[in-house]
Design a protein around this ligand. Structure first.
Ligand SMILES: *Cc1c(COP(=O)(O)O)cnc(C)c1O
Length: 388
Protein backbone atom coordinates (compact mmCIF):
# COMPACT_ATOMS: atom_id res chain seq x y z
CA UNK A 1 0.00 0.00 0.00
CA UNK A 2 1.28 3.43 -0.90
CA UNK A 3 0.98 5.83 2.01
CA UNK A 4 -0.01 9.25 0.73
CA UNK A 5 1.10 12.24 2.84
CA UNK A 6 -1.15 15.20 3.55
CA UNK A 7 -0.83 18.41 1.53
CA UNK A 8 0.54 20.18 4.60
CA UNK A 9 3.56 17.88 4.70
CA UNK A 10 4.11 18.27 0.98
CA UNK A 11 3.90 22.05 1.41
CA UNK A 12 6.90 22.12 3.77
CA UNK A 13 10.03 23.79 2.42
CA UNK A 14 12.88 21.38 1.57
CA UNK A 15 15.18 20.50 4.46
CA UNK A 16 18.27 22.44 3.45
CA UNK A 17 20.66 20.88 5.91
CA UNK A 18 20.29 17.39 4.39
CA UNK A 19 23.32 17.92 2.12
CA UNK A 20 25.44 19.05 5.09
CA UNK A 21 24.31 16.03 7.12
CA UNK A 22 25.33 13.74 4.25
CA UNK A 23 28.75 15.39 3.86
CA UNK A 24 29.32 15.29 7.59
CA UNK A 25 28.68 11.52 7.67
CA UNK A 26 31.09 11.09 4.75
CA UNK A 27 33.86 13.13 6.40
CA UNK A 28 33.37 11.32 9.72
CA UNK A 29 33.61 7.96 7.90
CA UNK A 30 37.07 9.02 6.68
CA UNK A 31 38.08 9.21 10.35
CA UNK A 32 38.39 13.01 10.43
CA UNK A 33 38.03 14.67 13.85
CA UNK A 34 34.79 16.65 13.36
CA UNK A 35 34.29 19.93 15.23
CA UNK A 36 30.64 20.92 15.09
CA UNK A 37 29.88 24.63 15.20
CA UNK A 38 26.59 23.77 13.55
CA UNK A 39 23.77 23.18 16.00
CA UNK A 40 22.38 25.70 18.49
CA UNK A 41 22.57 23.40 21.49
CA UNK A 42 24.59 24.49 24.55
CA UNK A 43 27.53 22.19 25.36
CA UNK A 44 27.58 22.97 29.08
CA UNK A 45 25.58 20.96 31.64
CA UNK A 46 22.54 22.19 33.56
CA UNK A 47 23.68 23.81 36.86
CA UNK A 48 23.89 21.33 39.76
CA UNK A 49 21.30 22.90 42.07
CA UNK A 50 18.64 22.53 39.35
CA UNK A 51 19.49 18.85 38.91
CA UNK A 52 19.34 18.30 42.70
CA UNK A 53 15.86 19.86 42.86
CA UNK A 54 14.75 17.58 40.02
CA UNK A 55 16.07 14.50 41.83
CA UNK A 56 14.02 15.35 44.91
CA UNK A 57 10.92 16.19 42.87
CA UNK A 58 11.00 12.87 40.99
CA UNK A 59 10.49 11.07 44.32
CA UNK A 60 7.24 12.92 45.02
CA UNK A 61 4.26 10.73 43.99
CA UNK A 62 2.11 13.84 43.53
CA UNK A 63 4.20 14.56 40.41
CA UNK A 64 3.61 11.11 38.92
CA UNK A 65 0.09 11.93 37.81
CA UNK A 66 -1.04 14.16 34.96
CA UNK A 67 0.37 17.64 35.44
CA UNK A 68 -1.76 20.77 35.55
CA UNK A 69 -2.20 21.63 31.87
CA UNK A 70 -1.45 25.33 31.94
CA UNK A 71 1.51 24.92 34.32
CA UNK A 72 1.65 24.64 38.12
CA UNK A 73 0.62 27.91 39.80
CA UNK A 74 4.06 28.01 41.47
CA UNK A 75 5.78 27.74 38.07
CA UNK A 76 3.70 30.55 36.60
CA UNK A 77 4.36 32.65 39.70
CA UNK A 78 8.11 32.02 39.30
CA UNK A 79 7.89 33.22 35.68
CA UNK A 80 5.94 36.28 36.72
CA UNK A 81 8.42 37.26 39.44
CA UNK A 82 11.38 36.61 37.12
CA UNK A 83 9.81 38.93 34.50
CA UNK A 84 9.26 41.63 37.12
CA UNK A 85 12.84 41.45 38.36
CA UNK A 86 14.50 41.15 34.97
CA UNK A 87 12.34 43.42 32.81
CA UNK A 88 10.07 45.35 35.22
CA UNK A 89 7.10 43.71 33.43
CA UNK A 90 4.09 42.81 35.58
CA UNK A 91 2.31 39.58 34.57
CA UNK A 92 -0.74 38.00 36.19
CA UNK A 93 0.45 34.40 36.67
CA UNK A 94 -3.10 33.05 36.42
CA UNK A 95 -4.12 34.75 33.16
CA UNK A 96 -0.99 35.95 31.41
CA UNK A 97 1.39 32.97 31.58
CA UNK A 98 1.09 29.45 30.13
CA UNK A 99 3.77 26.74 30.31
CA UNK A 100 5.09 25.19 27.10
CA UNK A 101 6.90 21.93 26.36
CA UNK A 102 9.78 24.08 25.16
CA UNK A 103 9.08 27.29 23.28
CA UNK A 104 9.32 25.45 19.95
CA UNK A 105 6.15 23.56 20.81
CA UNK A 106 4.29 26.78 21.65
CA UNK A 107 5.53 28.60 18.55
CA UNK A 108 4.49 25.70 16.29
CA UNK A 109 1.00 25.49 17.82
CA UNK A 110 0.26 29.22 18.08
CA UNK A 111 -0.92 29.71 14.47
CA UNK A 112 -3.60 27.02 15.11
CA UNK A 113 -5.19 29.43 17.58
CA UNK A 114 -5.30 32.51 15.33
CA UNK A 115 -4.81 31.67 11.68
CA UNK A 116 -7.59 30.68 9.28
CA UNK A 117 -6.81 29.18 5.89
CA UNK A 118 -5.55 31.95 3.64
CA UNK A 119 -4.59 34.32 6.48
CA UNK A 120 -1.13 35.82 6.34
CA UNK A 121 1.64 35.43 8.92
CA UNK A 122 4.63 37.76 8.76
CA UNK A 123 7.85 35.79 9.31
CA UNK A 124 11.50 36.91 9.35
CA UNK A 125 13.94 35.69 6.67
CA UNK A 126 16.52 34.50 7.62
CA UNK A 127 14.75 32.99 10.62
CA UNK A 128 14.01 30.07 12.90
CA UNK A 129 12.10 27.72 10.57
CA UNK A 130 9.31 26.94 13.07
CA UNK A 131 7.51 30.27 12.43
CA UNK A 132 6.75 29.41 8.79
CA UNK A 133 6.23 25.71 9.44
CA UNK A 134 3.62 26.39 12.15
CA UNK A 135 1.95 28.79 9.72
CA UNK A 136 1.85 26.18 6.94
CA UNK A 137 0.42 23.54 9.30
CA UNK A 138 -2.39 25.95 10.18
CA UNK A 139 -3.16 26.54 6.49
CA UNK A 140 -1.81 30.08 6.61
CA UNK A 141 0.22 31.93 4.04
CA UNK A 142 3.76 33.03 4.94
CA UNK A 143 4.85 36.54 4.00
CA UNK A 144 8.60 36.84 4.48
CA UNK A 145 10.13 39.96 5.97
CA UNK A 146 13.77 40.22 4.80
CA UNK A 147 16.28 40.89 7.59
CA UNK A 148 18.96 42.90 5.85
CA UNK A 149 22.38 43.85 7.11
CA UNK A 150 21.85 47.52 6.15
CA UNK A 151 18.82 47.62 8.50
CA UNK A 152 20.69 45.98 11.39
CA UNK A 153 18.79 42.76 10.59
CA UNK A 154 15.49 44.33 11.68
CA UNK A 155 12.52 43.99 9.32
CA UNK A 156 11.62 47.13 7.37
CA UNK A 157 7.97 47.60 8.35
CA UNK A 158 7.43 50.18 5.60
CA UNK A 159 8.40 47.57 3.00
CA UNK A 160 5.53 45.21 3.93
CA UNK A 161 2.93 45.55 1.15
CA UNK A 162 -0.41 47.07 2.16
CA UNK A 163 -2.31 43.91 1.18
CA UNK A 164 -0.14 41.75 3.46
CA UNK A 165 -0.52 44.16 6.38
CA UNK A 166 -4.28 43.92 6.06
CA UNK A 167 -4.37 40.13 5.75
CA UNK A 168 -1.82 39.54 8.54
CA UNK A 169 -3.03 37.80 11.70
CA UNK A 170 0.40 37.28 13.29
CA UNK A 171 3.91 38.68 13.11
CA UNK A 172 6.82 36.61 14.40
CA UNK A 173 9.90 38.43 15.65
CA UNK A 174 12.98 37.13 17.47
CA UNK A 175 15.52 39.34 19.27
CA UNK A 176 18.28 38.64 20.20
CA UNK A 177 18.06 36.95 16.82
CA UNK A 178 18.88 33.49 15.62
CA UNK A 179 20.72 33.25 13.20
CA UNK A 180 21.99 36.86 12.82
CA UNK A 181 22.64 37.56 16.57
CA UNK A 182 21.17 41.06 16.07
CA UNK A 183 19.42 42.77 18.97
CA UNK A 184 16.43 45.11 18.78
CA UNK A 185 16.03 48.50 20.42
CA UNK A 186 12.99 49.57 22.41
CA UNK A 187 12.37 52.18 19.70
CA UNK A 188 11.97 49.41 17.14
CA UNK A 189 9.59 47.51 19.44
CA UNK A 190 7.59 50.75 19.89
CA UNK A 191 7.19 51.02 16.11
CA UNK A 192 6.04 47.40 16.00
CA UNK A 193 3.39 48.09 18.66
CA UNK A 194 1.98 51.03 16.65
CA UNK A 195 2.06 48.99 13.44
CA UNK A 196 0.31 45.98 15.01
CA UNK A 197 -2.39 48.23 16.52
CA UNK A 198 -3.02 49.91 13.21
CA UNK A 199 -3.32 46.65 11.25
CA UNK A 200 -4.82 44.59 14.04
CA UNK A 201 -2.51 41.57 14.24
CA UNK A 202 -0.89 39.76 17.15
CA UNK A 203 2.87 40.11 17.66
CA UNK A 204 4.62 36.89 18.72
CA UNK A 205 8.06 37.72 20.04
CA UNK A 206 10.50 34.85 20.55
CA UNK A 207 12.83 35.93 23.37
CA UNK A 208 14.83 32.70 23.82
CA UNK A 209 18.19 34.52 23.92
CA UNK A 210 17.57 37.56 26.14
CA UNK A 211 19.86 36.21 28.89
CA UNK A 212 22.82 35.39 26.64
CA UNK A 213 24.26 38.88 26.23
CA UNK A 214 27.69 40.50 26.39
CA UNK A 215 29.44 43.59 27.72
CA UNK A 216 26.60 44.10 30.26
CA UNK A 217 24.18 45.19 27.52
CA UNK A 218 21.02 43.37 28.62
CA UNK A 219 18.50 43.24 25.75
CA UNK A 220 14.90 44.33 26.37
CA UNK A 221 11.73 42.24 26.43
CA UNK A 222 9.12 43.18 23.83
CA UNK A 223 6.64 43.43 26.72
CA UNK A 224 8.64 46.29 28.29
CA UNK A 225 7.39 48.69 25.66
CA UNK A 226 4.17 50.64 26.45
CA UNK A 227 1.14 48.98 24.84
CA UNK A 228 3.01 45.77 23.98
CA UNK A 229 0.92 43.49 26.19
CA UNK A 230 -2.13 44.86 24.37
CA UNK A 231 -0.86 43.59 20.99
CA UNK A 232 1.50 40.75 21.73
CA UNK A 233 2.83 37.72 23.49
CA UNK A 234 6.38 36.68 24.24
CA UNK A 235 7.82 33.16 24.08
CA UNK A 236 10.58 32.34 26.52
CA UNK A 237 12.49 29.27 27.45
CA UNK A 238 14.78 27.80 30.03
CA UNK A 239 16.70 26.03 27.26
CA UNK A 240 19.41 28.57 26.52
CA UNK A 241 19.54 30.46 29.82
CA UNK A 242 20.07 27.39 32.03
CA UNK A 243 21.47 24.83 29.53
CA UNK A 244 18.19 22.93 29.71
CA UNK A 245 17.44 22.17 26.04
CA UNK A 246 16.82 18.49 26.84
CA UNK A 247 14.34 19.19 29.66
CA UNK A 248 11.64 20.69 27.42
CA UNK A 249 10.19 23.58 29.35
CA UNK A 250 9.35 27.15 28.40
CA UNK A 251 6.40 29.51 28.50
CA UNK A 252 4.43 32.13 26.63
CA UNK A 253 3.24 35.30 28.36
CA UNK A 254 1.47 38.56 27.58
CA UNK A 255 -2.00 39.42 26.21
CA UNK A 256 -4.47 37.48 28.40
CA UNK A 257 -6.94 36.57 25.63
CA UNK A 258 -4.17 35.38 23.34
CA UNK A 259 -2.65 33.31 26.17
CA UNK A 260 -6.04 31.77 26.83
CA UNK A 261 -6.46 30.88 23.11
CA UNK A 262 -3.02 29.24 22.97
CA UNK A 263 -3.89 27.39 26.20
CA UNK A 264 -7.10 26.04 24.62
CA UNK A 265 -5.17 24.63 21.65
CA UNK A 266 -2.69 23.02 24.01
CA UNK A 267 -5.18 21.44 26.40
CA UNK A 268 -6.58 19.62 23.38
CA UNK A 269 -3.16 18.41 22.21
CA UNK A 270 -0.92 17.75 25.22
CA UNK A 271 -1.27 17.33 28.95
CA UNK A 272 1.39 19.69 30.25
CA UNK A 273 4.93 19.24 31.50
CA UNK A 274 6.11 16.62 34.00
CA UNK A 275 5.75 18.47 37.30
CA UNK A 276 9.21 17.44 38.48
CA UNK A 277 10.60 19.35 35.50
CA UNK A 278 8.44 22.32 36.50
CA UNK A 279 9.91 22.14 40.02
CA UNK A 280 13.40 22.20 38.53
CA UNK A 281 12.41 25.21 36.43
CA UNK A 282 11.12 27.02 39.53
CA UNK A 283 14.51 26.38 41.13
CA UNK A 284 16.26 27.77 38.04
CA UNK A 285 14.16 30.95 37.90
CA UNK A 286 14.02 31.78 41.61
CA UNK A 287 17.51 30.87 42.86
CA UNK A 288 20.75 32.86 42.63
CA UNK A 289 21.37 33.87 38.99
CA UNK A 290 25.18 33.74 39.25
CA UNK A 291 25.37 30.61 37.03
CA UNK A 292 23.76 32.66 34.24
CA UNK A 293 26.36 35.41 34.67
CA UNK A 294 29.07 32.72 34.48
CA UNK A 295 27.47 31.37 31.29
CA UNK A 296 27.62 34.86 29.75
CA UNK A 297 31.33 35.16 30.64
CA UNK A 298 32.02 31.83 28.95
CA UNK A 299 30.17 32.73 25.75
CA UNK A 300 31.77 36.18 25.74
CA UNK A 301 35.24 34.61 25.74
CA UNK A 302 34.23 32.45 22.79
CA UNK A 303 32.64 35.44 21.04
CA UNK A 304 35.95 37.28 21.38
CA UNK A 305 37.83 34.37 19.77
CA UNK A 306 35.36 34.35 16.86
CA UNK A 307 35.75 38.10 16.47
CA UNK A 308 39.55 37.78 16.23
CA UNK A 309 39.23 34.95 13.74
CA UNK A 310 36.76 36.71 11.43
CA UNK A 311 38.77 39.94 11.57
CA UNK A 312 41.91 38.05 10.61
CA UNK A 313 40.02 36.33 7.77
CA UNK A 314 38.80 39.78 6.63
CA UNK A 315 35.19 38.57 6.55
CA UNK A 316 32.31 40.99 7.01
CA UNK A 317 30.36 40.52 10.24
CA UNK A 318 28.86 42.49 13.12
CA UNK A 319 30.34 41.39 16.47
CA UNK A 320 27.39 39.95 18.43
CA UNK A 321 26.08 41.73 21.51
CA UNK A 322 23.94 38.70 22.37
CA UNK A 323 23.06 35.06 21.52
CA UNK A 324 25.68 32.35 21.02
CA UNK A 325 25.84 32.75 17.25
CA UNK A 326 28.08 34.69 14.92
CA UNK A 327 26.73 35.55 11.46
CA UNK A 328 29.26 36.41 8.78
CA UNK A 329 29.63 36.85 5.00
CA UNK A 330 31.29 34.09 3.04
CA UNK A 331 34.64 35.02 1.41
CA UNK A 332 35.13 35.81 -2.30
CA UNK A 333 31.42 35.89 -3.12
CA UNK A 334 31.01 32.15 -2.50
CA UNK A 335 27.52 30.80 -1.91
CA UNK A 336 26.71 29.60 1.60
CA UNK A 337 26.76 25.96 0.44
CA UNK A 338 30.06 26.31 -1.44
CA UNK A 339 31.85 27.84 1.54
CA UNK A 340 30.41 25.58 4.22
CA UNK A 341 30.92 22.53 1.98
CA UNK A 342 34.60 23.26 1.39
CA UNK A 343 35.25 24.01 5.07
CA UNK A 344 33.60 20.74 6.06
CA UNK A 345 35.32 18.47 3.53
CA UNK A 346 38.76 20.06 3.95
CA UNK A 347 38.86 20.78 7.70
CA UNK A 348 36.13 18.70 9.38
CA UNK A 349 34.57 21.86 10.85
CA UNK A 350 30.78 22.04 10.60
CA UNK A 351 29.30 25.50 10.03
CA UNK A 352 25.68 26.27 9.16
CA UNK A 353 24.97 27.63 5.67
CA UNK A 354 22.97 30.87 5.89
CA UNK A 355 20.56 29.91 3.12
CA UNK A 356 19.21 27.14 5.37
CA UNK A 357 17.44 29.92 7.29
CA UNK A 358 15.84 31.47 4.20
CA UNK A 359 16.84 33.02 0.90
CA UNK A 360 18.05 36.24 2.51
CA UNK A 361 20.58 34.15 4.42
CA UNK A 362 22.33 33.28 1.14
CA UNK A 363 25.96 34.43 1.13
CA UNK A 364 26.24 34.10 4.92
CA UNK A 365 27.22 31.37 7.35
CA UNK A 366 26.56 30.89 11.06
CA UNK A 367 29.02 29.85 13.74
CA UNK A 368 27.58 28.38 16.96
CA UNK A 369 29.76 29.11 19.97
CA UNK A 370 28.84 25.80 21.56
CA UNK A 371 32.27 24.18 21.96
CA UNK A 372 35.01 25.15 24.42
CA UNK A 373 37.73 27.72 23.62
CA UNK A 374 40.32 25.07 22.86
CA UNK A 375 38.14 23.35 20.25
CA UNK A 376 37.01 26.69 18.88
CA UNK A 377 40.62 27.82 18.39
CA UNK A 378 41.42 24.50 16.76
CA UNK A 379 38.46 24.91 14.37
CA UNK A 380 39.46 28.47 13.49
CA UNK A 381 43.12 27.63 12.89
CA UNK A 382 42.11 24.84 10.51
CA UNK A 383 39.89 27.19 8.49
CA UNK A 384 42.54 29.94 8.42
CA UNK A 385 44.84 27.63 6.47
CA UNK A 386 42.44 27.37 3.53
CA UNK A 387 42.94 29.64 0.50
CA UNK A 388 39.93 31.27 -1.16
C1 LIG B 1 16.69 27.53 20.76
C2 LIG B 1 15.60 28.39 20.29
C3 LIG B 1 14.36 28.37 20.93
C4 LIG B 1 14.14 27.55 22.17
O1 LIG B 1 13.57 26.36 21.89
P1 LIG B 1 13.03 25.43 23.05
O2 LIG B 1 11.94 24.68 22.35
O3 LIG B 1 12.52 26.29 24.15
O4 LIG B 1 14.16 24.56 23.46
C5 LIG B 1 13.36 29.21 20.47
N1 LIG B 1 13.59 30.04 19.45
C6 LIG B 1 14.77 30.11 18.83
C7 LIG B 1 14.97 31.10 17.75
C8 LIG B 1 15.80 29.27 19.22
O5 LIG B 1 16.97 29.33 18.58
Amino acid sequence: MKIEQAHRLKALPPYLFAEIDRMKAEVAARGVDIISLGVGDPDLPTPGHIIERMKRAVENPRHHQYPSYEGMPAFREAVSSWYRQRFGVILDPAREVVSLIGSKEGIAHTPLAFVNPGDVVLCPDPGYPVYSIGTIFAGGEVHLMPLLEENGFLPDLDAIPEEMRKRARLMFLNYPNNPTSATATKEFFEQVVQFAKRYNFLVCHDAAYTEVYFDDKAPPSFLEVPGASDVGVEFHSLSKTYNMTGWRIGWVCGHADAISAIGRIKTNIDSGIFQAVQEAAIEALTSDQEPVAELRRIYQGRRDLAREFLTKMKLRFTPPEASFYVWARTPSGLSSAQFVGRVLTETGVVLTPGNGFGKYGEGYFRISLTVNEERLSEAFSRIEKLKW
